[in-house]
Design a protein around this ligand. Sequence first.
Ligand code: BES
Ligand code: ZN
Ligand code: ZN
Length: 488
Amino acid sequence: MSSRIQLNLQIIKRNNYPESLLPVFRIVHADTVNDNSDDYVKKAISEKVSVIPVGQDYWLAVLYKDKNNDDFYVIKEEARRLASKVESLADELKLEKIAMVFNLNEFDEEQKKEVQLAFVEGLVLANYRFVKYKSKPEKHLSALKEVVLGGFVASQDELSQLLNVLESVYYVRDLVNEPPNVLTAEEMAKSFYETGTEVGIKVTILNKEEIEREKMAGLLAVNRGSAFPPTFTIMEYMPENAINEKPIVLVGKGIVFDTGGVSLKSTPNNMDWMKMDMGGGATVAGIIEAIARNKLPLKVIALIPATDNRPGPASYLPDDVIEYSDGTTVEVLNTDAEGRLILADALIYARRYDPLMVIDFATLTGSAMRATGPYGAVMFSTLDSDKTQRLLREGFETYERMVEFPLWDEYGDDIKSSVADIKNIGGPYAGAIIAAKFLQHFVKYPWVHVDIAGTAFLDRKMHYLPKGGTGWGVRMLYSFLKKEFLDN
Ligand code: BES
Ligand code: ZN
Ligand code: ZN
């Protein structure tokens, strides 16, 4: 199996790594820098410098957060960010191989392990480069290829599991970064098929004819302006040792490019970047692949409706009325509110599995992006409140944070239609909530909706998140499912 991650990691248990062999970064906490340290080290620490050169090919990488006053998730995030600084410095100095030696004496064993794994996570996430379309790709990769981890307390198995999840993050980033002239709905489905099959997932791709037979009204309507056929991908991971009877179903929005259709977006600032509108689809494929790679005993299914959304001679129009397979009629008043239309088909399709819960990811609304920007996603939940709290908590632990918005009845009044059952847009306020209320109309099971419009794609690098596709959400939902169903 070919790896997308380019960084080679090797564990050594001892922490007295012979410092002459490789450039060394020693990871310490500011509290442990003692009185015998050189004055300039003490000065740098008092100024909170994170990476301090202390000799020929020798640096201190320093954590500052106080474990007695800061929540532990804050320290883990500091470790990820510190790792991304080490990664940039190594790249800048053209260091191909380094040693990273952990001296974290003030933490207990469990905390050490968590901080070290967070550090490795940040390092690998920061080492990502999208070079496929560069004529000299090698020139654009990071110089850093190999890291020896000294004083590492996590096991090889724990490291491999982490790398398997990060492999999925890389996959999602790669897919989101693919340009729309390459990544049609069929090409994306092919990618899901190839990557999924490789890790033991059963992948079925419904073609246009089969989508017509299923009466997927939303997907067919949005696809009408396109020169390319739609796809509906079903990924099923059903291990024999699964502990859940009913499957967990994931749903992802797979709009490979969103022009807005006849309700055309303007460009710049509005239509550019819209290749990222399949981010939800890529995310759920990434999550199920991570689960399969790590062989978690969980039944999981991912559903990904996909098409581009553009104007054409046969485009669907504002004022169209479409009828879903469950009988719901929808008045289309804006062809740019297309995500909810194709997700509705998948949410109806999900009912046949009698799911334990359904979790959807979608770059659904500009409104969600305006609400939280790139620092978190907007989520909605009909799970019981304890489960919802644990999901939000996992958002902090992985630093893929979410804020819960309400599903109050009143917001549903906005999508009442005078000619059909509901319409696909509401009034001027609370756009993210109205979109969620539209989706909820089709939901008949415990459900979570995550609007990732702000987090799926960045216009600038942020610590270990690159410009472009981020792979946001894979780590969060993977950890949530693992903890919720397996860790106890
Ligand atoms: N794909 C967009 C939402 C989006 C906007 C994602 C910005 C990422 C960044 C979605 O299909 C859309 O166009 N939504 C409209 C809905 C409106 C017409 C009701 C929006 O949010 O403006
Ligand atoms: Zn749109
Ligand atoms: Zn869209």
